[in-house]
Structures are given as structure tokens and as C-alpha cells.
Ligand binder design. Structure first.
Ligand SMILES: Nc1ncnc2c1ncn2[C@@H]1O[C@H](COP(=O)(O)OP(=O)(O)O)[C@@H](O)[C@H]1O
Ligand SMILES: [Mg+2]
Length: 310
């Protein structure tokens, strides 16, 4: 078991999140760090960038680099199945309704994508713990912000649920002191289940807020639209106590490209990545771009120190 650092690449569509994730992953893997690159964007690009087939399970790209492209539909199904099984186990009296009918409708309910993404994120961390670094190529901005907001929002929900549940138990005890033994056990089970959710969301929230373990890289281009979207990302993340690790101004052509941006994001470390004259596709092209110093590699020594074996 190691203590992996999580590098996220966020930003507007087309700015270079996938390319930057690939370059950062490759640079760190070439330094000998074990890297797992995970594409959480349902519209995957990593297989095309590395010119190698990828799937929902880690595949080797180079000796120290493995990559996964998550199958969002599969994770949504898994999430729904988990909820379905849990209702069957804990709330048996509900099975007299036609649960399956509700689940067909639930498949289209808002919010499912981010729950599926969080489930995939947690399962991949649990299942493949032996990495120094995990790099996440993120989905479009709206979904990514929901992903980071999910622990905070869910904690509000489950804390209310817990209060509600305690209220119900109290009232039921007032109405009748004659408790059926198995009913009491059932009640405890639900309170315990809510307790587990609180623990899990608290752990996630602490992970996202921890600047040592969560490095948020905001990718943007020197244009008005990506700048405006980046400003919104920074504000929304700040509202849930998540800070930026680095701003990557990608596809720059002249030094004046970044002047306005430096003024805009005062305080956050900013690095530039030049527009490449050749396509950044395939290992050879990525390696020569890195060798030419085109990409600011993340601090490999710091990542190595952090990944001290547990
Ligand atoms: N520094 C760069 N120089 C040249 N082309 C780039 C650079 N960064 C990204 N690209 C190209 O821009 C396009 C979008 O990049 P991509 O990484 O797929 O963006 P995103 O994942 O943010 O949607 C791709 O064709 C990619 O090869
Ligand atoms: Mg992409």
C-alpha cells in the first residue's frame, strides 16, 4: 500500500486536459514513479493519445504507467444495482411496491452521473492502491464541479436523514414501548448505514480539501471563453474549500498571451505550455515534447516523498 497523490486536470472542453494528463503521467512515469492515469471523462481520449487500446481495467502503457478509461454506463448500472440491493436488504417492506419500475425511471434522474463517477473513483482507489500517483483526466466542467461538490452536498443530505431517522425512532418509542426485537435491529441497521455514508463522504471531502494529496491543475487557453469558464471553476471550488495547485496556460504562442491571465489569477502558480507544431499523439511525440521542455512536469521528488509506503 502506498499513499498516492491525486492529480486532477480540469478545464473547458478542448483546452488540453487529456493531453496535459497524458504528458504529466508520462513525465512522472519516466522518473520511475508508478502512475495510474484514469480518464473520468465519458468521451475518452487517452487511447487515441497513446495509440493503444484501453478499457475499464488498468493496461500498461509504459513500464511505470498504466491507464484506465472508465465505462460510465457500467458504473451507473453498478451504482443503481447497489442502491437496489440495499433497499431489498434494509427496507424489506418496500419490496411490496414494484421497485424495478422505479429503477427504470431512476436511470434517467439527474445526479446519477456524478454518483457513478464518485463510485468509480472510490472503487479504483480501493482496487489499485499500489501507485505513487493517480492522474485524473476529468469530464467537462459542469460534471467535474458536481463531482467535487458531491461529498459536501451529500453530507448535508445524510445528516438530515440521520436527524429524521432519530426522530422517527424517538416517536415510535413514545407511541409504543412494546418494541419488537427485530424492528429495533432494523432501526439500528439504518442508523449504522447512514453513519457509514457520513464517514465515507467526510473522508472524501477531507481528501479533496487536502492540498498535499489533491493537486488541482486548471488547464486553459489564452482566449476569453476558457478564461471566463476558468474563473467560474476557481470560484466554485473555493466555495467548497478546494484550492488550485497550478494553472496551465496551454497552447500559448507569444508571451503576451499570458499577461492578462497572470493578472487575473494572482497568487496561483501559473505555467505555460507552448502550442506544439506537430500533433501530440503517440509516445514518441509526447516524449519529444517533454524532452524539448515544453511541459512543466509535476514535482516528482515531492510526489515520491509523499508516497511513503504505509
Ligand atoms: N500544447 C498543445 N499544442 C498543440 N496541440 C495541442 C496542445 N494541447 C492540446 N492540443 C490539441 O488540442 C486538441 C484538444 O486537446 P485535448 O487534450 O483533447 O483537450 P480536452 O481534453 O481538454 O478536451 C487535441 O487535438 C490536442 O492534440
Ligand atoms: Mg479530453
Amino acid at each position: 500500500m502506498r499513499r498516492a497523490t491525486h492529480l486532477f486536470f480540469l478545464g473547458k472542453g478542448g483546452v488540453g486536459k487529456s493531453t496535459s494528463s497524458a504528458l504529466a503521467s508520462l513525465a512522472l512515469a519516466e522518473e520511475g514513479l508508478d502512475v495510474l492515469l484514469v480518464s473520468l471523462d465519458p468521451a475518452h481520449n487517452q487511447a487515441d493519445i497513446f495509440e493503444t487500446p484501453l478499457s475499464d481495467k488498468p493496461r500498461s502503457v509504459t513500464p511505470h504507467l498504466k491507464a484506465i478509461e472508465i465505462d460510465q454506463e457500467r458504473w451507473i448500472k453498478r451504482y443503481l444495482k447497489g442502491v437496489h440491493d440495499e433497499i431489498n436488504r434494509n427496507y424489506r417492506y418496500l419490496t411490496s411496491f414494484n421497485l424495478d419500475k422505479y429503477f427504470k425511471v431512476m436511470r434517467h434522474s439527474p445526479g446519477l452521473e456524478e454518483y457513478a463517477l464518485i463510485l468509480a473513483f472510490q472503487e479504483i482507489r480501493r482496487k489499485y492502491p499500489d501507485n505513487d500517483v493517480m492522474v485524473f483526466d476529468m469530464a467537462p466542467t459542469a460534471l467535474s464541479l458536481k463531482f467535487f461538490n458531491l461529498p459536501t452536498l451529500s453530507l448535508i443530505w445524510v445528516r438530515h436523514l440521520l436527524a429524521l431517522r432519530r426522530d422517527i425512532i424517538e416517536k415510535r418509542e413514545l407511541i409504543t414501548r412494546v418494541q419488537l426485537l427485530n424492528k429495533e435491529i432494523e432501526t439500528d441497521k439504518i442508523v449504522r448505514r447512514i453513519g457509514r455514508s457520513i464517514e465515507e463522504y467526510t473522508e472524501l471531502k477531507e481528501l479533496f480539501e487536502n492540498p498535499d494529496l489533491t493537486w488541482i491543475n486548471l488547464v486553459l487557453n489564452p482566449d476569453q471563453l476558457s478564461l471566463a469558464e476558468s474563473r467560474r471553476i476557481v470560484d466554485e471550488l473555493a466555495a467548497i474549500d478546494i484550492g488550485l495547485c497550478q494553472i496551465l496556460v496551454n497552447k500559448t504562442r507569444t508571451s503576451s498571451d499570458t499577461e492578462g491571465i497572470v493578472r487575473e489569477f494572482q497568487g496561483a502558480p501559473l505555467a505555460t505550455v507552448p502550442q506544439s507544431s506537430t500533433p501530440l499523439i503517440g509516445l514518441d511525440a509526447l516524449r519529444s515534447f517533454l524532452a524539448a521542455g515544453g511541459f512543466p512536469s509535476p514535482d516528482a521528488e515531492k510526489l515520491r516523498r509523499q508516497s511513503r509506503r504505509l
